[in-house]
Design a protein around this ligand. Structure first.
Ligand code: PLP
Length: 432
């Protein structure tokens, strides 16, 4: 399989090059030149197939001959080495819990797959690879844990001082070894700008092999399909296709789901559930596509004003809005609706939603009300303990920290404090 740039101005590349480059030289996103078609037998066998075997068969065509079979089998089994249960919340609504990984958010899946692929490719590289990433919270932790102890790869994470939650900060700063946290005196935009400047600095990039662990990377994006198959494996109503509601920000997650359904996975309908950052909901309702500055909300991982992956969704549907809206709709949900939903569902069912999952839940509930007789699930993309300041305030319930996270919370923070300007980052990297 080859990957082409959506800007159509760069050569086609294999999986290895797409993973190392992240973005095509013409700044386009890479897109697979064919979508594998799964046989009916494969779909039916998902229920009985071991998870590793299923995952291997899904990922193998995308990876092609860039990674040997035995290595890829190991990578997919390590990617999915934690539970991803489909949990009943009401008669018609299930929750796909994607928060049982090391950093309590779905980004663990993509980050673990990508880090292991890059780790494999880095072994063929003479110089060490430096992964440089800016985070507003969830990405950094997932990337740090994904790359922890991967030989040949050093990871430098920039995060805004005082602007990530306590759990998120610990996930970034306590690992040590090849993971280096830079606590930046500035905000997320400063971190992002510093990273972008570093990638554009020829002096630096000629001396250090720099790469990003951005969410647009095909090695982070494509393995997200796997948990839609795991949901189907557990879906109790095999004669009824599920409606799937996905809390969306950059639209990578839902785009992976749409690819899986194009390959043959049974899906009744997709809902892209957004907060008030509503570029896509407006567009699908017939308005202009008009990106804008992101507004801050309770579901901060979805505060995206210009979703990068939406161009991939348009490509998948040959730019046809008519075809796209047959399978995908999108709604926008406010912070007060999010709060009401967290409280109501906790009271009625005892199920504790995080602000992102709450948006997925409410969007699904509304859809099912308008389409009686259907059933579905939403993606619970993060553990509520990652957002204690909102979830505990709303419900009055003190969320217990999961066992496997306790050691991280006790560990000592190690971070290098730097100013929020590029020169400070450059000096740090030069002495690396
Ligand atoms: C990143 C993130 C999202 C948004 O996912 P996209 O793939 O960017 O649409 C939703 N919820 C949580 C908790 C996240 O960390």
């Amino acid at each position: 399989m080859k990957y082409y740039s959506l800007q159509h101005n760069s050569p086609n590349v294999d999986f290895k090059t797409a993973t190392i480059l992240g973005q095509a030289p013409d700044k386009g996103l890479y897109f697979p030149d064919e979508i594998p078609q799964w046989s009916k037998e494969f779909i039916e066998s998902i229920q009985s197939l071991p998870i590793e075997e299923m995952a291997y068969r899904v990922m193998a065509p995308y990876v092609g001959d860039t990674i040997p079979e035995s290595v890829l089998r190991k990578i997919v089994s390590e990617t999915l080495s934690f539970d991803i249960p489909l949990v009943r919340v009401t008669e018609d609504i299930y929750s796909l819990e994607l928060f049982h990984g090391p950093t309590l958010a779905f980004k663990d899946v993509g980050a673990r797959f990508m880090s292991r692929c890059l780790g494999y490719f880095a072994r063929e590289q003479k110089e060490q690879v430096v992964v440089l990433v800016a985070t507003s919270g969830d990405t950094g932790g997932a990337v740090a844990h994904g790359f922890y102890d991967v030989p040949g790869v050093e990871v430098v994470i920039l995060y805004p001082s005082g602007k990530v939650s306590p759990v998120q900060e610990k996930q970034l700063t306590t690992l040590g070894k090849n993971i280096h946290a830079l606590e930046v005196q500035g905000n997320f935009d400063d971190c992002q700008r510093m990273v972008k400047t570093a990638f554009a600095d020829d002096y630096l990039t000629q001396r250090i092999f720099l790469t990003s662990a951005n969410s647009i990377n095909v090695a982070r994006w494509l393995p997200q399909q796997l948990y839609y198959l795991l949901a189907w494996k557990q879906w109790p109503f095999k004669n009824q296709k599920p409606v799937i509601s996905v809390p969306s920000g950059n639209f990578g997650n839902i785009c992976a789901g749409l690819i899986a359904s194009r390959s043959g996975l049974p899906v009744e309908h997709f809902i892209a559930a957004c907060n008030v950052n509503d570029v896509v909901p407006r567009f699908l309702q017939g308005e202009e596509y008009s990106p804008r500055r992101a507004l801050a909300t309770l579901s901060n991982a979805m505060d995206v004003g210009d979703p990068s992956n939406f161009t991939r969704i348009l490509e998948l549907f040959d730019q046809s809005l008519t075809d796209l809206t047959k399978i995908l709709s999108s709604v926008s949900i406010t912070d007060s609706e999010t709060e009401e939903t967290i409280l109501r569902i906790f009271k009625e069912t005892g199920y504790l939603l995080d602000p992102h999952g709450a948006i997925g839940y409410l969007a699904l509930e509304e859809y099912l009300r308008e389409h009686p007789g259907k059933k579905g699930f939403f993606l619970e993309t993060a553990h509520p303990v990652k957002f204690p300041e909102s979830v505990e305030r709303i419900t009055g319930y003190k969320i217990p920290v999961p066992e496997h996270v306790k050691p991280i919370m006790m560990a000592e923070k190690k971070a290098t404090f730097i100013h929020g300007d590029y020169e400070s980052l450059k000096k740090y990297l030069e002495n690396f």
